[in-house]
Ligand binder design. Structure first.
Ligand code: 5AD
Length: 352
């Protein structure tokens, strides 16, 4: 049984601003809850950033379509399969296929083919897609091909704020509809936001947490907003504040939704060398080692100072395993590590 936890918006705001001892207490409370519901297990998702070609022009992102400074790539099916093979050998229970957004048929068919081939060659691999907004029919095809999780960050739960971060042709409603469609199809659904994005206030962050609870998500990824030299929006607070706010967001969310999967995101490590360990110590239970081939990493920079671009996939494996152990947690190899929340949601029947 999961205890129903009700926290008011005011209380959330207070916790989000916690510093010093108060912050320590908050993180300790979140860690206790994680350990109680999910034990000390940390699950891996091998992250394959298979293309940086993007049709969107989000004002914060380094691979937005109007950034002409970046070389665009699409990995071949064989290159993707090779990366999956690495995950298989490393015993990462599941993989994430992430890319810029494209809605053309050729791309959609390519993804379906890749997912089917992965399932054929590596039937044990859990597959998560993170490739943006598409229509329900296409999502259904991905699901039928064998993908079972989908990540689509809402970026902010406030419509007016969303409109300040995105060009006119992108709509908050469309993104919300995608999340609903994914859930209706039966995906385990993940979403998330950037912490410290321009125009965001602490109240917005509290609302974001309540939004996650309201739409009853299974997984969340949140990390600090970081400027990119070729994206117009820049950090307007300071990175240290955004780092601490990100950790407090993780802790508050763990308290609010005890049995969901929460990622200790790479962006945390961009701001602090032990950023991901701090994420785990604030209540996260998932980590996403980079499996993108080294030759492509420099072209997939959503923000400046992305860590790990000089490392190989094997170096990432060793480094991350050490990091998990260093904070007294158990790296769980060979398991999908599905969100327990998802199973509870399915069992209880859900409305979306
Ligand atoms: N800083 C931090 N996170 C970013 N993302 C995109 N650009 C940035 C940035 N400048 C995040 C978005 C997106 C995810 C894949 O990466 O939340 O959904």
């Amino acid at each position: 049984m999961v205890r129903e936890i009700c926290i008011s918006k005011e209380e959330l705001i207070e916790n989000l601003e916690a510093k010093g001892l108060k912050q320590k207490d908050l993180h300790a409370k979140a860690v206790n809850i994680r350990d109680e519901y999910l034990s000390k297990n940390v699950y891996f998702r091998g992250l394959i950033e298979f293309s940086n070609i993007c049709n969107n022009d989000c004002f914060y992102c380094g691979i937005r379509k109007s950034n002409h400074h970046v070389k665009r790539y699409l990995m071949s099916k064989d290159e993707i399969l090779e990366a999956v093979e690495f995950c298989n050998k490393a015993d990462y229970g599941s993989i994430v296929l992430q890319s810029g957004e494209r809605r053309d048929k050729k791309f959609v068919n390519f993804v379906i083919e890749v997912v089917e081939e992965i399932k054929k060659r590596f039937p044990k691999a859990g597959i998560t897609l993170c490739i943006g907004e598409l229509n329900k029919k296409v999502y259904q095809k991905f699901f039928d091909a064998g993908a079972h999780r989908y990540l689509l960050r809402i970026e902010t739960s406030n419509k007016r704020h969303y409109e300040k971060l995105h060009p006119r042709e992108m709509s908050f409603e469309a993104r919300k509809k995608c999340l609903k469609n994914l859930k209706d199809i039966g995906f385990q659904v993940g979403t998330g936001i950037m912490v410290g994005s321009p125009f965001q206030r602490v109240e917005n962050l509290a609302d974001d947490l309540l939004f996650f609870k309201e739409i009853d998500v299974d997984m969340v990824g949140m990390g600090p907003f970081i400027s990119h030299q070729y994206a117009p929006l820049k950090v307007d607070g300071n990175n240290k504040r955004n780092f601490n706010l990100s950790l407090n967001m993780i802790a508050c969310l763990r308290i609010l939704m005890p049995d969901i999967n929460i990622a200790a995101t790479t962006a945390l490590q961009a701001l602090h060398p032990e950023g991901r360990e701090y994420g785990l110590n604030a209540g996260a239970n998932v980590i996403m080692p980079l499996v993108t081939p080294k030759r492509y990493r420099e072209y997939y920079q959503l923000y400046n100072n992305k860590p790990c671009i000089e490392e190989s996939s094997s170096e990432c494996l060793n480094c991350i395993t050490q990091r998990i152990k260093s904070v007294g947690l158990i790296p769980k190899f060979g398991e999908w590590g599905d969100s327990l929340h998802y199973f509870r949601r399915i069992k209880n029947g859900y409305s979306s």
